[in-house]
Design a protein around this ligand. Structure first.
Ligand code: DOR
Length: 397
């Protein structure tokens, strides 16, 4: 297959040209390529081709909460939003705290066939914050990430032991930093104290940690300092924490919560300074009833790119190449995937986007079962038109 005359942007190049795809991989890039029977010519369209996105942090709710989302609707929502690879959180029912569940979820997503999914293993048994015997059973390199996402591990000694095991088995901790002893009274303190503690432990054992959905100025500045000192830390921020404050969203419930403008500014500064490794959605679908009962979180896969494009690129904070790096190249590298760049040998995973025409987000049009978002009604630019995976296009027309 040949894709012709399209503006191609990845983290290291921006040119108008052609891409040849063979056996699901990019075989050649350049200008004036010819000779293939299937040829998609974009010369009359004002569109861009980027490497398809990779999301380090999402919830498919499967098994156990499939009334909120399941592997099929989640995969479709991902693909519609421009994603071909995702990293699933383990707060399912049963919790993904053993390799049978991990493998079963990965197999079922593969059967749907729209995206690649890595299922994370929980850090503690049943997400209870105490028992971590299951980690001792893992072989070295058997799993990429462990996480108790949705909860922090309050106990310092437990966390210290987990860091030691992760060093030995080459596992990266993905940390939801929230000390629940402070959740009811001070969510800023809850995030900051646990972030500071885990930087100390990561440094002590030279054991890697990835901070999920960083949201405060204090946490991101501590992470920046740790990076400068060579501590093996990485971090992600969400589209929602980059684009809105608690005031604008009327304190819409999400963990960590929407913060203040000074926090948003600090996160954007950290993106500009290269401190942030990835933008991850924390796609957290819930039913309307669960939201009314206080469930935290929002659905994100189908609006991540337009939200980020509008708030970061269109507003002039960063260029499109930097956004590609954060939504595709770097998270793909962290998941050890052969994607995220438009280069021969990489997967033919692309997203075609149109950047100029404004549109209004309408959660009723989401494929995801979760219609929960405070951004319905918001005007944005950056529409995802098509997502290719290994050369196959979605949607097909
Ligand atoms: O708001 C959130 N919702 N934050 C999390 O960390 C978990 C997520 C969920 O699972 O609903």
């Amino acid at each position: 297959m040949l894709i012709k005359n399209i503006r191609i942007v990845d983290d290291s190049q921006d040119f108008t040209g052609d891409i040849r795809v063979e056996d699901g991989l990019i075989s050649e890039i350049g200008t004036n390529l010819d000779g293939d029977s299937i040829c998609l010519d974009y010369s009359r369209q004002e569109v861009f081709l980027l490497p398809a996105f990779t999301d380090l942090h999402i919830h498919f709710r499967d098994p156990g909460f499939t009334y909120k989302e399941d592997v099929k609707t989640g995969s479709e929502a991902a693909r519609k939003g421009g994603y071909t690879a995702v990293n699933l959180m383990p707060n399912t029912n049963p919790v993904a705290d053993n390799m049978e569940i991990v493998k079963d979820v990965e197999r079922r997503v593969a059967e749907v066939g729209l995206i690649f999914a890595n299922q994370t293993l929980s850090m503690t048994k049943g997400l209870q914050g105490q028992n971590f015997d299951h980690l001792n059973e893992l072989k070295k390199n058997e799993i990429l990430f462990i996480t108790d996402d949705g909860k922090g591990v309050n106990d310092d000694a437990t966390m210290e032991e987990i860091f030691k095991i992760c060093k030995e088995k080459n596992i990266t901790i993905m940390a939801h930093e929230e000390d629940s002893r402070y959740s009811a009274t001070d969510m800023r303190k809850a995030e900051n104290l646990m972030t500071f503690r885990d930087i100390v432990l990561s440094e002590k054992y030279n054991s890697p940690i990835h901070f999920c959905h960083v949201s405060t100025i204090e946490a991101i500045e501590a992470i920046e300092k740790a990076k400068v000192q060579g501590v093996p830390v990485s971090c992600e921020v969400t589209p929602h924490h980059l684009t809105a404050t608690s005031d604008e969203t009327n304190h819409y419930r999400v963990n960590p919560p929407f913060r203040k403008q000074a926090d948003v500014d600090a996160l954007i500064r950290a993106i500009q300074n290269g401190v942030v490794d990835a933008i991850a959605t924390d796609h957290a679908p819930h039913s309307a009833e669960d939201k009314l009962n206080g469930a935290p979180g929002m659905t994100g896969l189908e609006i991540a790119f337009p939200l980020c494009y509008t708030a970061l690129v269109k507003s002039g904070h960063i260029n499109l190449q930097t956004l590609v790096k954060l939504m595709s190249t770097q998270p793909s590298n962290m998941m050890k995937l052969n994607k995220g760049k438009i280069q021969p040998g990489y997967a033919a995973d692309f997203v075609i986007v149109e950047l100029d025409t404004p549109f209004t987000i309408n959660s009723n049009t989401f494929i995801s079962k979760g219609k929960n978002t405070p951004f319905s009604g918001k005007e944005v630019c950056g529409r995802v038109l098509q997502t290719f995976r290994a050369g196959d296009v979605y949607p097909q027309n």
